[in-house]
Write a protein that binds this ligand. Sequence first.
Ligand SMILES: NC(=O)C1=CN([C@@H]2O[C@H](COP(=O)(O)OP(=O)(O)OC[C@H]3O[C@@H](n4cnc5c(N)ncnc54)[C@H](O)[C@@H]3O)[C@@H](O)[C@H]2O)[C@H](O)CC1
Ligand SMILES: [K+]
Length: 517
Amino acid sequence: MLKGTEILSCAQMRAIESAAMASGEVTGLELMERAGRAVAGQIRLRWPKPGRVTVLCGPGNNGGDGYVVARRLHRAGWRVRVLGLENTPGPDAAKMKRLWQEIGPILPLEANLLPTAPDDLIVDAIFGIGLTRPPEDAIAALLTQLADVTNPLVAIDCPSGLCLDSGRFLSQIAPRAVLTITFDSLKTGHLIDAGLEHCGKVIVADIGLSHWRRYRQATRPDGKDVTLPRRITSHHLRISDLDPDTMQQLGKQSSAHKFSHGHALIISGMAPGAARLSARAALRVGAGLVTLCPEEPPLDIPTPPDALMRRWLDEPEDMAHALQDTRVTALCIGPGCGIDRAAALLPPALAARGPCVLDADALSAIAIDPNLWDALHDGCVLTPHGGEFARLFPDLTRRLSDIPATGPAWSRLDAAQEAAARSGTCLLLKGRDTIIAAPFEQARIVTSLDTPWLATAGAGDVLAGIITGLLARGFNPFDAASLGALIHAQAARLFGPGLIADDLPDMIPQVFRQMGV
Ligand SMILES: NC(=O)C1=CN([C@@H]2O[C@H](COP(=O)(O)OP(=O)(O)OC[C@H]3O[C@@H](n4cnc5c(N)ncnc54)[C@H](O)[C@@H]3O)[C@@H](O)[C@H]2O)[C@H](O)CC1
Ligand SMILES: [K+]
């Protein structure tokens, strides 16, 4: 079973924290001290020589953490300036504020007091998971300037202004951290949308809450119910999270023959190179047999790989006939297919109700034909990029482009989950934060911020092919899509600069070796 690391919503984090405190085994003050200690520790690890630091403390507990960091860095020999507010925060943060005031002053939290020396460290402890609305007035002015400075910025929980549920900033002000230290678990906002880029390196600090993680969706130890707005949990999937069962399923047994690994049909069309990329990827990922289905007689195409089978498939009846062969275990329609051809072939393809990947032109065809939409089923994997998603789900996309007035903001994760529920299919929303959602499943996120060379023509066709190959081999749609996204990103990562789509399938053997398949 593919799993990954569970990601929490802010509400879940609060539920866990409040369960821990309700148990009486730990106080909020202790948690704050641990949080601040973890942040100061990470700073000292990365900047071992004490220097100058300005700590920006906001009105709540994120600010409380900041006062702890200030105290601990001061004790370690750093020259610490603290900018803060005159408000009286909650009791824990108020106590930490007083402890700092025994050491040094608190200057006003104003833009003109940001450090002028370019190397001074800045710690952002203004807002964390408690942000509910866009920053205003003096704090907005300060954050605007903070977004422009070149000093290294260390964020406590997140760069301030970021909604940790959606990864979206609640205004156009978007500071960028080099390092973010968060507590107990990653939150969705660290991994998706702007959060992925603006958090820098994210460290998850253990502050001793793991024992209470089971209260993320349940009743607290004191019997009180915690009502949480988010229904479905999500997981961050990385190569290092793959389990032995998945590895075994990806490997091949010596006793098996080619049909034990399935037979994938890849529909080719007006741009046959795209379908060939998909087909090559399906072969590389281990489908036993891959047949490319062009609309012209296939003997006229003497192109590699020679391991590909070819079958002329022109009319819808040809499709229906091809799918009568029970050895065909997956189908891919879309890459380079042409919208008209996709529209003509989709009715028999969907009527067969077998595993199939619908990409590119197939998605465009579905977006304009309600009958095709109605024929979608739970064996389908839809693989839209943002533009295709917008054509299929214009209302969901509109919600994503509004600047949110309150948190938690509507997110790409919400959009993908809603789209999966509506379509009744597995849906993979492509991006550097690829989101895989399926009805009644926990969503998965595969991040690939470090693979900029994936932005190249044909990369999506390869992804469609990898997923098709995995479907052909018997992976369920949700696992095939998740694993496909992971293998695809890792192939790009291993190849590095200079990557073109043709290189991706040929990196799969190296990815497999690295995974221990
Ligand atoms: N288990 C944990 O995760 C722990 C987290 N800690 C830290 O606590 C913060 C969350 O603290 P909280 O007080 O709830 O919220 P913030 O500090 O993020 O926000 C402060 C405060 O500000 C108000 N507010 C919201 N939006 C605005 C705005 N636009 N303008 C002005 N004021 C605003 C809101 O009412 C909040 O109350 C978490 O991130 C961690 O850093 C613990 O210290 C340890 C355990
Ligand atoms: K912060």
